[in-house]
Ligand binder design. Sequence first.
Ligand SMILES: Cc1ncc(COP(=O)(O)O)c(C=O)c1O
Length: 400
Amino acid sequence: MNNRQLFLQHVAQTSDAPLALEIVRAEGMYMWDVNDKRYLDLIAGISVCNLGHCHPAVVKAIQEQSQKYMHLLVYGEFVQSPQVAYATRLTQHLPENLNCVYFTNSGAEAVEGAMKLAKRFTGRTEIACFNRSYHGSTQGALSILGDEYWRNAYRPLLPGIRRLTYNDFESLDTITSATAAVIAESVQAEGGVNVPQREWLHALRERCTATGALLILDEIQCGFGRNGSLWAFQQFDIVPDILLLGKALGGGMPMGAFISSREIMWSITHQPVLGHITTFGGHPVNCAAGLAAFEALLESDLISTVKEKEQLFLQQLKHPLIKAVRSLGLMIAVEFESFEVNKKVIDYCISKGVITDWFLFAAECMRIVPPLIITPEEIQQACEVILEGCSQSGKRSKEA
Ligand SMILES: Cc1ncc(COP(=O)(O)O)c(C=O)c1O
């Protein structure tokens, strides 16, 4: 059997139609398959590889740290310098109240940790969340996922979940003194790039403050410059009580984090002690990689180029088949009439060596979340392929 067959045979599948491309190496904006076919990456491993693949500083940091030490002990006992350095550096670039970092293995674990922290700190049990939000696939995260189709098969889920409508002012009245936390994506990604109204986010912040509910902002997908500022919440002038990071946090290695004030974070240290336990969270090699990626991002002028690059996409993505384009920075959803049309365009793009896909709750939308290093020439090439794909799909639909 070849590798593809072994993959289908022995690696657990999550759908009956995996892409099943066999990639043998990746660098910068590109990946190469077993036949040496080159692919331009428009989705960055789903908002992970903001600096592109295998950034040399990240590779070097991994090599150096893995020669010093890898796993030593479960999270929180030893002073591990990569963890300390990364937590310190992150907090230097965050508002004053976000000064304490808990590193996890994944985004979903950060969500779980934050929900527990909010319950513990407030002594309340209700968690409010929004429709069309995605926060991960573990049972707590699934309980606050904003789409019944994806939740239903896994019931019973957590009790005490209140579902609100994103960008809806009236919904905010249902946040009360029983609410431990409200969790929202700063920009809804899997909903097909839903950008919040500034006034609504302010009203949400005010309502949380008035009721004593903690505001958790999930920037797992939109952090690290993706929306044109280091953190998306900076563009809306609000500050959360708990911030969630993941994806690009590890520079290509698996990591998540929930970040809050030392005062709030202290509540998981007692009664019971060890309020959140993880063996591998804050792994030294991952922290070294993440820190190297963060430094490289800060040293570069990449974030300042994001809005310009967004405009280049928007100027070119015009076609009768494209119904709408929603974006904030390099998080772009291209909306077609249906999933079927979108799928035809996506398949065409992949056949021409451009990797893209759809969004979980917006299957009619094509995902464009490339590494921030994409050049204007690459944007032009990608748009040409997408537009060709639109024309081909339009033709094929007429013929059918
Ligand atoms: C906004 C958001 N939150 C949380 C998660 C969960 O992260 P992970 O897949 O690392 O568990 C994701 C993953 O796509 C996400 O997009």
